[in-house]
Design a protein around this ligand. Structure first.
Ligand code: FNR
Length: 186
């Protein structure tokens, strides 16, 4: 029986009706049986402050533990002012410490960005890629996912209704599974 990889999903939006959260759920449904996707909540993490490390907040310890236990990480994020939303950047800052031994170090990862606008969060996607690569995260190069016009892709219940996008995202999840498998073999 093929192994099922545990994928921790970090969503860069806290909005109840977030399109990116809908997208994270859609990706979970579309993914092959080799992947098991779980959202790890990051909205309640205190802002990173090195002074707190001596007695690290329990929420920091929990998110570090959950990411360390995952086989891979998937970031699904909107773009805020051409960059990564603060909530996601803060989570990554928390996960980047202790220096040199952060929970993200060496993990296979992938980035999905989405926006109601035409450019699909390209700026956020690449700022995030820059940060993750600097942390030694093995970010999948392609297929890249910049999902534009995202508000037109879901129905009122949050289900993905656009056939072409569904097929594209399914191919993305299969590629991500192969990426994780390749890196986990070493
Ligand atoms: C945005 N939005 C936005 N969109 C974009 O394509 N490029 C951008 O730079 C920004 N900047 C930005 C800043 C701030 C503070 C907000 C609140 C919004 C719009 C954004 O893509 C839109 O609100 C999405 O719906 C947010 O994603 P969720 O919450 O639906 O997942």
């Amino acid at each position: 029986m093929p192994k099922s990889y545990q994928v921790a999903v970090l969503v860069g939006s806290l909005r109840k009706k977030s399109f990116n959260r809908m997208l994270a759920h859609a990706l979970s449904t579309l993914a092959p049986s080799t992947l098991s996707l779980h959202i790890v909540e990051i909205g309640a993490l205190p802002f990173y402050n090195d002074d707190l490390e001596a007695d690290a907040p329990s929420s920091w310890q929990e998110v570090r533990r959950r990411i360390a236990a995952a086989d891979a990480v998937l970031c699904v994020t909107p773009e805020y002012n051409r960059s990564v939303p603060a909530v996601l950047k803060n989570a990554i800052d928390v996960l980047s410490r202790p220096f040199g031994a952060g929970a993200l170090n060496g993990k296979p990862a992938a980035i999905v960005s989405a926006s109601p606008g035409a450019m699909g969060g390209f700026g956020a996607n690449h700022h995030l890629r820059q940060t993750l690569v600097a942390l030694g995260v093995n970010v999948m190069a392609s297929p890249e996912v910049y999902l534009g016009n995202v508000s037109a892709l879901f129905d009122d219940e949050g289900a993905l209704t656009h056939a072409g996008t569904t097929e594209f995202l399914q191919r993305f999840t299969f590629a991500f599974s192969a990426w994780i498998e390749m890196l986990s073999a070493h």
